[in-house]
Design a protein around this ligand. Structure first.
Ligand SMILES: Nc1ncnc2c1ncn2[C@@H]1O[C@H](COP(=O)(O)OP(=O)(O)OP(=O)(O)O)[C@@H](O)[C@H]1O
Ligand SMILES: [Mg+2]
Length: 457
C-alpha cells in the first residue's frame, strides 16, 4: 500500500469519530477518506435489506453533495450477476464497469447516467456478517484499481463495520439507560402504590383496633352494668319495701292501731330487708373490686425476689380449709427451688382463682378429686402447670373463658371475672402467657409461662 493511502487509513482508524457511536459522522469520514485516497468524486455506503434481496444507498457523497438515505435501491432479481458477485463476499473490482460481467447489468440505468466508468465495491462486515458495501465510483477515463487501492477500500469498509459496532453499543447503552429509567420509574410507582396500600392498611387496622376497643369497652361496660344492676336492683327494692313498711307502721302508730304482733312482724321484715340490702351492696362492692383487679390496675403488692414453691405452698395452705371441706387432694409436686423476681401477690391470686374454679366448676361428677401444680424451668422461662381431674373445659366455651363476665355459673353467683383476672395478671403484670391444653378429657389444665426477665437463677 502506498504511503499516502496508509496515512489516510491510519488517520481514519485513529479518529475518535469511529468509536463514539455516531455512525453518520463516521460514514462521512470514511467516504471522504475514500474520495481523497482514490482520487474519485463519488463514494457511497450501500446496505442490504434484512433478506439480502435489495441493496440501497444509505449515504452518498458526490462532489460537494452529501445525500443520506438515497432513493437508490438495486434488487437482486434485476441485477442477479451483480448480487452473485456480492454473495462471494469479496471486493467487486470492476476496472471497466461498463463491460464488467458483475456491473454491466446497470450500465444504462446507473453507470452511464452518472458517467461512472470504474467501480470498486468493498464489503462491510459486522460480526461475521456482510452488511453491505462501500462503493467507490470513478468517472472519466476507466482506470485500473491497484491491489493497494482495493486493500485500502476494504480496510475503510472494515472500519465502517467497527463504527457500526460502536453505534450498536451506543444504542444498547441508550436502551439500557431507558430501561433503567423506566425500571426506576416503575419501582417508584410500585413503591408508591405499596406505600399507599400500607398506609391504608395501617389506617384500617387502627380503625379496626379502635372499633374493637370500643366494642370490647362496650361489652365490658354493659357486662359490668348488668352484673351490678342485679344486686343494686335487689337492694333498691328491699330499701323501698322497708320504707313502705315503715310508713305503714307509722300510720298504724298514728291511728293507734299498732299492736305487738304487727310491730314484731315489722321488725322482722326490716331485719330481712336490711340483710338483703347489706348482702347485695356487698356483692356490688366485691364486683367493683374484682373488676378493678381484672384490669390489673390494682395490685396491692410490689415486685420482689422470692421462692416460687414457697409462695405457692403458702397459697395452698391458706386455701386448705376450703379444699378440705370439698374433699379435694391438692398438691404442689416436688421439684427444685426456683427464685424469681416477680409479684407474689399476683401469683397467689392466680392460683387462688384457678383453685376456686376447680372447686366450683370441675368436680360435679368426680369421686377422687385432685388438683396438681407443677413447676418447670428453662433458661428462658418458668412455667406453672395447673391441672385438675374434673370435667375439663368444653371446646365450645374455651375461646371465651378469659373474657370478662363470661360464666356458665351465673345462677349460682358466678360473675365470670375469675379467669379474666388471671389472664390480665399473667399477661400484664407478669408479662407472661397462659394457655389451656386442647385435650381436656382428663380435666382442666392451664400452663402459665413467666418469661426469663422475671427469673433469677
Ligand atoms: N377448672 C375448671 N373446670 C371446668 N370449667 C371451668 C374451670 N375453670 C373455669 N371453668 C369455666 O370457665 C368459666 C369462666 O370462669 P371464671 O373464673 O372466669 O368465671 P366464674 O368462675 O364462672 O365466675 P367468678 O370467677 O367470677 O366467680 C366458668 O364459668 C366455667 O364454665
Ligand atoms: Mg371463677
Amino acid at each position: 500500500m502506498i504511503r499516502s493511502l496508509y496515512d489516510i487509513l491510519l488517520d481514519v482508524s485513529k479518529s475518535s469519530m469511529i468509536d463514539n457511536g455516531d455512525l453518520h459522522a463516521a460514514g462521512l469520514l470514511i467516504l471522504t477518506a475514500a474520495i481523497h485516497g482514490l482520487g474519485i468524486n463519488r463514494a457511497g455506503v450501500w446496505l442490504f435489506t434484512e433478506d439480502k434481496q435489495v441493496i440501497c444507498g444509505k449515504m452518498l457523497i458526490d462532489g460537494d453533495n452529501c445525500e443520506l438515505d438515497t432513493s437508490l435501491c438495486l434488487a437482486r432479481k434485476d441485477f442477479p450477476r451483480y448480487f452473485n458477485s456480492l454473495d462471494s463476499e469479496r471486493a467487486v473490482v470492476a476496472h471497466d464497469a461498463l463491460n464488467d460481467a458483475s456491473t454491466n447489468e446497470f450500465r444504462d440505468s446507473y453507470l452511464l447516467p452518472f458517467g461512472i466508468t470504474s467501480m470498486l465495491d468493498a464489503p462491510i462486515r459486522h460480526r461475521g456478517n456482510m452488511l453491505g458495501i462501500i462503493c467507490c465510483e470513478h468517472q472519466g477515463e476507466a482506470r485500473v484499481w491497484t491491489s493497494e487501492e482495493v486493500a485500502f477500500a476494504s480496510a475503510l469498509a472494515d472500519t465502517y463495520g467497527r463504527a457500526v459496532s460502536a453505534a450498536q453499543r451506543n444504542d444498547y447503552e441508550q436502551q439500557l439507560k431507558e430501561i433503567n429509567t423506566q425500571l426506576e420509574q416503575k419501582i417508584n410507582e410500585r413503591t408508591n402504590v405499596l406505600q399507599d396500600a400500607l398506609r391504608n392498611l395501617n389506617h384500617t387496622q387502627a380503625k379496626l383496633i379502635e372499633s374493637e376497643k370500643l366494642a370490647s369497652l362496650g361489652r365490658l361496660v354493659s357486662g359490668l352494668a348488668h352484673e351490678i344492676n342485679t344486686p343494686l336492683g335487689i337492694a333498691v327494692t328491699s330499701a323501698s319495701h322497708c320504707a313502705n313498711e315503715l310508713k305503714r307502721v307509722q300510720q298504724l302508730y298514728r291511728d293507734d292501731e299498732l299492736n305487738e304482733a304487727e310491730f314484731a312482724h315489722f321488725l322482722a321484715g326490716i331485719d330481712d330487708g336490711l340483710g338483703l340490702i347489706n348482702s347485695n351492696l356487698n356483692r356490688a362492692a366485691t364486683l367493683v373490686q374484682n373488676f378493678k383487679l381484672s384490669g390489673a390496675i390494682h395490685t396491692a403488692n410490689e415486685e420482689e425476689q422470692f421462692e416460687l414453691r414457697a409462695c405457692i405452698n403458702l397459697t395452698l395452705k391458706s386455701l386448705q380449709p376450703l379444699l378440705k371441706k370439698n374433699h379435694i387432694d391438692c398438691l404442689l409436686l416436688p421439684g427444685d427451688n426456683i427464685v424469681i423476681n416477680s409479684y407474689p401477690g399476683a401469683i397467689a391470686q392466680i392460683i387462688t382463682n384457678l383453685i376456686t374454679n376447680s372447686i366450683h366448676h370441675a368436680f360435679n361428677n368426680t369421686a377422687d378429686k385432685k388438683i396438681r401444680v407443677q413447676l418447670t424451668q428453662t433458661p428462658e422461662q418458668v412455667t406453672i402447670h395447673y391441672r385438675d381431674n374434673g370435667c375439663g373445659i368444653a371446646d365450645e366455651i374455651r375461646p371465651k373463658i378469659f373474657e370478662p363476665f363470661f360464666t356458665t355459673a351465673r345462677r349460682t353467683g358466678g360473675s365470670g371475672l375469675g379467669l379474666s383476672i388471671v389472664y390480665n395478671l399473667v399477661t400484664q403484670k407478669l408479662h407472661g402467657e397462659i394457655t389451656i391444653d386442647a385435650d381436656q378429657s382428663q380435666g382442666a389444665s392451664f400452663h402459665i409461662c413467666i418469661p426469663e426477665l422475671a427469673v433469677r437463677h
